[in-house]
Design a protein around this ligand. Sequence first.
Ligand code: NDP
Ligand code: N5H
Length: 258
Amino acid sequence: MDLLSLQGKNIVVMGVANQRSIAWGIARSLHEAGANLIFTYAGERLERNVRDLAETLEGQQYRIFPCDVTSDEDIASCFGAIKAEVGTIHGLAHCIAFANKDDLKGEFADTSRDGFALSLDISAYSLTAVAKVAQELMTEGGSIVTLTYLGGERVVKNYNLMGVAKAALEASVKYLANDLGQRNIRVNSISAGPIRTLSAKGIGDFNSILKEIEEKAPMRRNVTQEEVGDVATFLMSNLSRGITGENIHVDSGYHILG
Ligand code: NDP
Ligand code: N5H
């Protein structure tokens, strides 16, 4: 029995930078479930990466479009091209965030106006900007999934500006869920535990953060891109049809600790 009902469904995956990206974990899981994938990327330097990765998906006729989420024109032309190629889409995975390196250390109080605006634009507003356009292609209903982190709910050392951006993202999930629910479009987030990706590269304390999860999280281990990918697939699938406005923690249970 096809419990997931994802065979042949068109799903847009935004934010594959390389094979370590959480977006790539999501893409692989969705591919296994039989979905047709449409990839978007921002930086031209990463287009080759996305293309090379997409080619490894067996039997997949992948599509790939540029989309810098800071540009309304980019978003419009990207989803215009997706509409022209596939018509209807059934899901969208938003796996995008950015903050200047300087804003990810020291005191949050030192955040600059420009740094704040840039990070909130890319990491939070982009979900709304993309949802607004994507919903028009979700003519048979749909599911939108974004990625967040515990630092959006409570203070986590050095997460700083990104914590504020994730709080805005998580609130956006709820407001969007309320707006889009009547069109049978669900909006949810996954709060992932720390995973070593390109974004996490260069973060000084990353090893000790991973070690703390191994020592303290209920499951005494870290999570993988595959585990996040499988929950994203669940949220895209018919199995989660009654869930919207939710934030599911895929973090070995770490968030329950005080
Ligand atoms: P990656 O570095 O693999 O992915 C980050 C992506 O953001 C890149 O593909 C990057 O594309 C994209 N991006 C940045 N700016 C823009 C832009 N202007 N327009 C479009 N795309 C943009 O890291 P992750 O997989 O770790 O990150 C994915 C998501 O997961 C993020 O939202 C992150 O906050 C979240 N997350 C990550 C955790 C972790 O421990 N890794 C934990 C919890 C949540 P490009 O390089 O082309 O600009
Ligand atoms: C508590 C922590 C550790 C400290 C905070 C890390 C926050 C990271 C998230 C942002 C998105 C990282 C970021 O913007 C890096 C950029 O300044 C530099 N890197 C890049 O430009 C690369 C090339 C591109 C691909 O990256 C992006 N983003 O475009 C949090 C960690 C335990 C968990 C974590 C790493 C969370 C998260 O949100 O990613």
